[in-house]
Design a protein around this ligand. Structure first.
Ligand code: SIN
Length: 515
């Protein structure tokens, strides 16, 4: 028998976007947070560098807006960008009130660092290089004090319940049992899509679930061609999650060298290693081809061990585990998939095209990042838009409460028993990863994309013909769905811009020095 729950709000995803939204909902409303794993398994938890906010005297909102606009190839939604930047300081204050301890200097002032594309030091950090972890842990502590919020861990959402363009909640799997969570408002905060690539900095939970569900239910999903590749992931031959060497390391003076020891970024951009991320990634790609190498080096050997251990404790330890002492050795790095800029199209309140359905964080597309996200604007987007969503829900949810949804016809128990799959899910997911890595990576071209489209379409048909109620199947279905959307948008955009680099675009110039 399917168990049914009634909540005022259901939030899917327990990264920063989900947790902060939940904490900003009026405590008189009953909130469910669903996560398919646990509180510490998400991309927010892995975020190292920090959260951008204009808090220093030498900084101005206009400068933060301009830097984001330039990094985004001037394709950003300017209204939403203004909201992002101007609401940053008050949301930082709110994070501090909720128990987040940002790193401070001897006088108690919050420390800030530089990152690529920023013209001022405005990136706040916590725990040295563990900003995401520190924020998520603090919000998790706060969450446990809130009696109105119930956390469902290890619960995999199957799909959204859509009744005549009104979202009424979700169906989900709790082990091999089905559950229905009805809610007046539903928030998707499911994070990224890194699992569709062989090499990504993302957590293994990043299978694009929210984007796939939103697409199936009729939301607009766009700008999926703008996949950001982080220039400096620790190089290893193995496929799978890659350890990030934060951009903040370059912010503190690290330089990039090719296999011959040459500081090559001078050939590509006047800001050298602190050029916007898309330019650094493409430059490394070019350098690897020219020098026929698998990786380049990040060199921060001018800083001593004492400083590095204190400023980058996680990175220092991880490098050491791989026999690299950052104070003496160059770190081998390579660009890998890092962030999905596109996603579920939302307005300035995080509202989607479907009534009572919101999206927040990496799965959403607010347009603030344009064609290439400025470093450390993503945690900021989670809190600014999470708060807007909570405000909108606080103002409207009572009007929706009276609506009685008849859920008696939803019964998925029988199906769960009936469907046992013969599909080889491991084979399917590795085909998706190999395909996306080969044809929708840093560089794209028409013929390769058409080949990828055929492979992914076949996989999707096969999955749809063999629908199965289990977590592995549902994740594979979501991965194939978002892969299809990435390929669709890569094919659609014929010109190179931002993170989208079409090598068959005659006008593409990789080796340009940007003035
Ligand atoms: C980093 O620390 O380099 C990642 C920050 C980000 O992706 O914004």
């Amino acid at each position: 028998m399917t168990v049914k729950y009634n909540f005022d709000v259901v939030i899917i995803g327990a990264g920063l976007a989900g947790l902060y939204t939940a904490l900003k909902i009026n405590p008189k409303f009953k909130v469910a947070i669903i996560t398919k794993e646990t509180l510490d398994e998400n991309n927010s938890f892995l975020a190292q560098g920090g959260i951008a906010a204009c808090i220093n005297n030498d900084d101005k909102f206009d400068l933060h807006i301009e830097d984001t606009w330039t990094a985004g190839s001037e394709m950003n939604n300017i209204q939403n960008l203004q909201q992002l930047v101007k609401s940053a300081p008050s949301n930082i204050e709110e994070l501090v009130n909720l128990g987040v301890e940002f790193d401070r200097d001897e006088t108690g002032t919050i420390r800030t660092t530089m990152e690529g594309g920023h013209s001022r030091r405005r990136v706040l950090h916590a725990g040295g290089d563990a900003t995401g972890r520190e924020i998520v842990k603090a919000l998790g502590r706060e969450l446990r004090k809130r009696e109105n919020i119930i956390l469902f861990e290890d619960v995999m959402v199957i799909d959204l319940i859509n009744d005549d363009n009104k979202c009424m909640g979700v169906t989900a799997l709790n082990g091999d049992k089905s559950i229905i969570i009805l809610a007046s408002a539903t928030v998707l905060a499911t994070g990224g899509i890194g699992e569709i690539y062989n090499n990504s900095t993302n957590s293994s939970v990043a299978t694009g679930d929210g984007i796939a569900m939103a697409y199936r239910t009729g939301c607009k999903v766009d700008s999926m061609e703008f996949i950001q590749f982080h220039p400096t992931a620790f190089y290893s031959k193995d496929k799978g999650q890659k350890f990030l060497i934060s951009e903040a390391v370059r912010g503190e003076g690290a330089v990039l060298r090719n296999k011959d020891g040459e500081r090559f970024m001078k050939k590509y951009h006047k800001s050298f290693e602190l050029a916007p991320r898309d330019i650094v990634s493409k430059s490394i790609y070019n350098e690897l081809k020219e020098t026929q190498s698998d990786f380049v080096y990040l060199d921060i050997t001018h800083k001593n061990k004492e400083y590095l251990v204190k400023r980058f404790p996680t990175i220092y330890k991880k490098c050491l585990e791989n026999n690299i002492d950052m104070s003496k050795d160059y770190i081998p790095v390579k660009p890998v998939q890092h962030y999905n800029i596109g996603g579920i199209r939302v307005d300035r309140y995080g509202r989607t095209k479907v009534d009572n359905l919101y999206a927040c964080g990496e799965c959403s597309n607010t347009g603030v990042h344009g064609a290439n996200r400025l470093a450390s604007n993503s945690l900021l987007e989670c809190v600014v838009f999470g708060r807007k969503i909570a405000e909108d829900i606080n103002n409207t949810v009572e009007d929706i409460l009276d609506y009685k949804y008849d859920s008696t016809h939803i019964n998925i128990d029988d199906n769960i028993k009936r469907t046992k799959t013969n599909l080889d899910i491991d084979d399917i997911t590795s085909t998706i990863k190999n395909t996306m890595e080969a044809y929708a990576g840093i560089v794209r071209w028409e013929k390769g994309l058409l080949k990828a489209k055929k492979i992914i379409d076949d996989i999707l048909n096969n999955l749809n013909d063999n629908y199965t109620y289990n977590k592995e199947y549902l994740e594979a279905l979501n991965m194939a769905t978002v892969a299809k959307l990435v390929i669709r948008d890569c094919l659609e955009r014929k010109e190179s811009v931002g993170c989208h680099f079409r090598i068959d675009d005659y006008h593409s110039k990789l080796r340009t020095i940007s003035e």
